[in-house]
Design a protein around this ligand. Sequence first.
Ligand SMILES: Cc1cc2nc3c(=O)[nH]c(=O)nc-3n(C[C@H](O)[C@H](O)[C@H](O)COP(=O)(O)O)c2cc1C
Ligand SMILES: C=C(O[C@@H]1CC(C(=O)O)=C[C@@H](OP(=O)(O)O)[C@H]1O)C(=O)O
Length: 386
Amino acid sequence: MSMLRFMTAGESHGPCLTAILEGLPAGLKIDLEAINRDLARRQQGYGRGGRMKIEKDKVEIVSGVRFGETLGGPVTLQVVNKDFANWTDRMAVFGEPAGPKVTAARPGHADLTGVKKYDRKDVRDILERSSARETTMRVAVGAVCKEFLRALGISIVSQVTNIGGVAVDLSKIDRSRLGTENGSELNCYDAEAEQQMKAKIDAAKQAGDTLGGIFEVTVRGLPAGLGSHIQWDRRLDAKLAAAMMSIQAIKGVEIGAGFDCAILPGSQIHDEVFLDETGEVYRKTNRAGGLEGGMTNGEEVVVKAAMKPIPTLMTPLHSIDIESREAVLACKERSDTCAVSAAAVVGEAMTAFVMAEAICDKFGADALVDVKAAMDSYKQRIGKDW
Ligand SMILES: Cc1cc2nc3c(=O)[nH]c(=O)nc-3n(C[C@H](O)[C@H](O)[C@H](O)COP(=O)(O)O)c2cc1C
Ligand SMILES: C=C(O[C@@H]1CC(C(=O)O)=C[C@@H](OP(=O)(O)O)[C@H]1O)C(=O)O
């Protein structure tokens, strides 16, 4: 099994956010600007809250890279929370809290179960870590993984396909445009749908309500045969689904035709296989989303994720106070109205990590030249044998 792994640390309003990524090969050139571009993309999107005006997330690398190239050791990435300076009364690492406690738990968030499980008296002790501010570091890690994948000819793009029930007409989408520098403010490639999405977000904000939606991530250039049918925990579709579900507020994942597979007959779901005049295998459709038997099949990997509406509502829902145990309205922290386009960037990052891990698993991960050579030789073999 691969030893590619990462861990994040940091609170939403703490001094800084950190990630350690270990297991990437030595000899990979790191482009800080590419990481910062993805961090900026994660901060964008119609419907984001006030915090995005305060932060301008920029990464610093403090280990594992020398003169712009990985050494094969753990890479430590850091992003400073500018907002920490405004939160020292509630978020200082030592001393006594001087700011108010949060005691009104928000339905749909980690608040209520978190305070019970961790024996805390202030919901802030839970919300600071359960906040999706943590996804900043996933995006930084994912951007490094994307660099690795790019060096092997693999790219990852995303699009938002639905916000609060306003759906993109996927038949209108020119898929070759996906990934062109942020298709739009909402990372949506259907201009008409996007206008309606924005109006829907405006209306939700006006009503103190929030919205969820759906995004889709596509991986191009993958060799067939990543992952395995041999054991449950080596199936790449399972790893991808788990990685997507690990993103805050994601409640559903589909690979390829996904839930439609349950409705349509086999003749309309399975992708028929043909040989071209040179003897190469091809398929006319990709309803499997590039994964069959837990392995990539050489087509684009296509995964969708459904995000629930943001749990912090400015017209708060009924809840309880954890101190007085009285019925109250949930707390109103500054919050996003809709963050699906940001979640799509996080989805790209998690997909990048899963694909990078699958590559390291199959081709080794000591030196980038060896990974490339192993992958080239494998591609030659399967190209010829098919
Ligand atoms: C990019 C992104 C931004 C988010 N912004 C907010 C927010 O501003 N306010 C909020 O209450 N929840 C926000 N969420 C959702 C919560 O983090 C999430 O619902 C919460 O952690 C509970 O986890 P669960 O929904 O997976 O059960 C955001 C999620 C993502 C992915
Ligand atoms: C509140 C949550 O996270 C949001 C995501 C987020 C970010 O950087 O994405 C920053 C946070 O900033 P603040 O709380 O200071 O406004 C929230 O906007 C949550 O997920 O519960």
